[in-house]
Design a protein around this ligand. Structure first.
Ligand code: 5AD
Ligand code: SF4
Length: 437
């Protein structure tokens, strides 16, 4: 039997697509392993959204040289970095056999056949597709969580972002197809369904059917079974009231909303082409908290965007202080070739970016700690993920707000929902005991 290794970088969309690559390879008779030294094929499913991706991938390619020399391992690069670089990547690194964008992963069998025939030096599939990528079967590594893309691509062109260039224009998946997939995954026993898109609340804008994100959520909640629905990411500019209403009245939708902020300065938001102001963002967050009691908010934040002054940065800190995100992904701005921001005047020094990032992290850590403390003595419904890494008598799970909880319990409870009383709170995890209520 032949062995294949898949290494995934980047976002949940890549995790989803890696699960599909895995299924394709298994259908071709490959055994999936993590052992590079035994691999007959290695796929790196790459990301290019921030700087650093390239260095990581080049490092990995260096590691793969030995096994390729020994076993003739086939090396494939998929994902956004592959899409961005195209044939140049294979020219630069002759050990690469296959370069393909993720809209083309359905062609993996053809690509492997071509390489195995020995007639091709390398195979490049980075053609832009107007159509949706094929719907491929997938099983996920986590037995609890399955993900479903509901839109592909993005139309927003935030000036720092490379995604619209590598993943193309926004295309919505027909609603019937999404509902069928949710049903299938729920029947298979998944307890958490994660809907994916660059801007989920513009779902349906390109469909002639009048379907939109609120309707989609409502229909998903009608599906029988005990499961939670999560989605990433909505765009603040498109967060409609009807979506808030659907969330408020459906317990099946997780009480955790990721609301990318990017910057708290209206001036910088304008330069970023985000189409909202500091005040509009704050109002939106307040409104969501009012309408969906108990919701936790999380965010993506960039520091050091071109022309960001100390005063602009203080606006970001101000929003973080006032809103109190439960957690946040925080990044230093990195220029991406081909984007508008990369050629703006006023690029900042690395040192300034680093210093601001550290101050932001310090503040956010304090806010995360404060958010954690609010769980003390509460009873939370927790989806049990399984035994914890350190102690098999301790179970780990997550609340509807996506907070990690540790508690004593039998591992038979894996994949079920239990009520846990929270006794102790640390910044990143809560500790409690199962109660029957
Ligand atoms: N520099 C830094 N962060 C970026 N992101 C996207 N592009 C860049 C960039 N050029 C961040 C944004 C986005 C997240 C996925 O990555 O915060 O929401
Ligand atoms: Fe990038 Fe903005 Fe689209 Fe998100 S909404 S993928 S940040 S362009």
């Amino acid at each position: 039997m032949k062995n294949a290794v898949i290494i995934t970088y980047g976002c949940q969309m890549n995790v989803n697509e890696s699960a599909k690559i895995k299924k394709i390879l298994q259908n071709m008779g490959y055994n999936i392993t993590e052992e590079i030294s035994e691999a007959d094929a290695v796929f790196l499913n790459t990301c290019t959204v921030r700087e650093g991706a390239a260095t990581q991938i080049y490092g990995k390619l260096g590691e793969l040289k030995a096994v390729r020399e020994k076993r003739g391992t086939i090396i494939g690069i998929t994902g956004c970095f592959a899409q961005e670089q195209g044939e140049d990547l294979a020219k630069k690194f002759p050990i690469i056999d296959i370069v393909m964008g993720n809209q083309n992963i359905g062609k993996i069998p053809t690509a492997l056949e071509k390489i195995e025939s020995g007639d091709f030096k390398h195979v490049i599939y980075t053609g832009e597709e107007d159509d949706l990528p094929p719907r491929l079967d997938a099983d996920f590594d986590s037995k609890k969580t399955a993900s479903i893309p509901i839109t592909y691509g993005c139309n927003n062109f935030c000036t720092y972002c490379i995604v619209p260039y590598v993943r193309g224009r926004e295309r919505s998946v027909p609603m019937g197809q999404i509902l069928d997939e949710v049903k299938t995954f729920v029947e298979k026993g998944y307890k958490e369904i994660m809907l994916l898109g660059q801007n989920v609340n513009s779902y349906g804008n390109d469909l002639a059917t009048g379907e939109n994100f609120a309707i989609l959520l409502e229909e998903i909640c009608k599906i029988e079974g005990e499961f939670l629905v999560r989605f990433i990411s909505p765009h603040p500019k498109d967060f409609a009231d009807d979506v808030m209403d659907v969330i408020a009245k459906n317990e099946k939708i997780a009480r955790c909303l990721h609301l990318p902020l990017q910057s708290g300065s209206t001036k910088i938001l304008k330069l970023m082409n985000r189409k909202y102001t500091k005040e509009q963002y704050m109002e939106l967050a307040a409104k969501i908290k009012r309408r969906v009691p108990g919701v936790s908010l999380t965010a993506d934040i960039i520091v050091g965007f071109p022309n960001e002054t100390e005063e602009d940065f203080l606006d970001t800190l101000d929003v973080v202080e006032k809103i109190g995100f439960e957690s946040a992904y925080m990044f230093m701005y990195s220029p991406r070739k081909g984007t508008a921001a990369a050629i703006m005047d006023g690029q900042l020094d690395q040192e300034v970016k680093k210093e601001r990032l550290q101050r932001l992290i310090d503040l956010q850590n304090r806010k995360s700690r404060e958010a954690s403390d609010t769980y003390k003595d509460k009873i939370e419904r927790v989806l049990v993920e399984g035994p914890s890494r350190k102690n098999e008598n301790v179970l780990t799970g997550r609340t509807s707000t996506n907070k990690v909880v540790l508690f004593a319990g039998d591992k038979e409870l894996e994949g079920t929902f239990v009520n846990v009383k929270i006794n102790d709170c640390k910044t990143w995890s809560l500790y409690g005991e199962i109660v029957n209520e």
